[in-house]
Design a protein around this ligand. Sequence first.
Ligand SMILES: *Cc1c(COP(=O)(O)O)cnc(C)c1O
Length: 246
Amino acid sequence: MATPAVAEGVSSVASTALRAVLRRAHQAAEISGRRPEAVRVVAVSKTKPVSLIRQLYDAGHRFFGENYVQEISEKAPQLPSDIQWHFIGHLQSNKAKSLLASVPNLYMVESVDNQKIANYLDKAVAGLGRKPLKVLVQVNTSGEESKSGINPSNCVELAKHVRHACPNLIFSGLMTIGMRDYTSKPENFQSLSKCRDEVCDALGVPIEKFELSMGMSGDFEQAIEMESTNVRVGSTIFGPRDYVLP
Ligand SMILES: *Cc1c(COP(=O)(O)O)cnc(C)c1O
């Protein structure tokens, strides 16, 4: 029954960091005229052990994000089923089915950036008979070649495809990854807001019901002030990642 002292020490570090992030996120929500519940903080646990995720779970947190299929497939079954998992990494179409099969409590895939992957996810949901899956369309707002995401000029088309041609997916909004090194000019967040306006207009979706996933460790408060509804925070909660997966 007794928790080892070391684990307790680690626990307080991560859960203290989480509490600080939640407090900052709530303050930023207020600055943007919204209630704290309007913003979800997804704790990005990639490369971090299940024991650490468990500690944040025990502290009451339920939103976690991973970006490798193999890693989330190994971790999710070892953790409680009321966790709402967010898949935030680049997804290959041949992995869609195994992602869904191994993570029944997958809450959202944030990284749909082409029709093919949308179609594969749609088929996989139908094949497993699970409830419809929420998805976000990932937009490449920084223009960096290395980044995944659809070109902003094509976001309406892909959003329409998901909405109209994928009955097992729930199109829920847009996601972007900011530029690593920008300081005060959040052009990419502005670009995502512009995409949101276009998509809401084209699909007749009210802006209040639309998710904007933007903001990471270095810029989540700024993103929230610019109306982000979902921030993905890793290293500020869990500490720096000491290795990078392929
Ligand atoms: C790793 C990752 C994050 C978290 O990054 P931090 O800078 O550690 O907060 C957020 N979003 C995506 C897509 C990621 O891959």
